[in-house]
Design a binder for this molecule. Structure first.
Ligand SMILES: [Zn+2]
Length: 173
């Protein structure tokens, strides 16, 4: 994770929470050293482990405060044009979300959405799904701290897509 000037500790904690949630949701574990839980939804999904020193992470999440219209942006590079094996992933979480009054839930939802993109998920048209198509730009928790905001967990649709990618061999490495 790289946090730019003005990014609050609270926003950094939100992104870390989203990383933990990714592992819990898909793998039923809180960190990558633990065994998969009995309720793992996507047993071979990538496990996200925070790198605190040394080397460059496989997935870099850059947090930046500005007023740009895009809250989240994911770009990835594969090892070759015909492969789906990832070489590197860059996620930008940006905008007022990181310095001002976006809800914690909103930052978590945007981060989960971008992580979904990073590992192969596309958009859905279901507003209750974290991969809802406008989540990069706004969602129901935008822009204020609405007490009714909820973290949008991954849904059955995401599970099917994730399992197709990681457990059914639709992307052959
Ligand atoms: Zn998106």
């Amino acid at each position: 994770m790289e946090a730019g000037e003005g990014v609050t500790d609270e926003a950094i904690a939100d992104v870390k929470n989203a990383i933990t949630l990714w592992n819990q949701e898909n793998l039923d574990k809180t960190d990558c050293n633990a065994a998969n839980g009995a309720n793992a939804r996507v047993p071979n999904a990538p496990c996200l482990d925070l790198i605190t020193s040394g080397g460059i992470a496989d997935v870099v999440i850059k947090m930046k405060v500005d007023n740009g219209p895009i809250l989240g942006l994911t770009s990835l590079e594969t090892i070759s044009p015909s492969s789906c094996e990832l070489k590197s992933v860059s996620i930008q979480i940006r905008g007022e979300a990181l310095g001002l009054n976006f809800s914690n839930v909103h930052i978590i939802n945007v981060t989960l959405h971008e992580l979904g993109h990073a590992f192969g998920l596309g958009h859905t048209d279901n507003q209750n799904d974290p991969m809802y198509l406008s989540a990069d730009i706004l969602d129901t928790c935008y822009p204020v701290k609405d007490p009714n905001c909820i973290i949008t967990p991954f849904t059955e649709v995401d599970d099917i897509a994730m399992n197709a990618i990681y457990n059914a061999g639709s992307c052959i490495f």
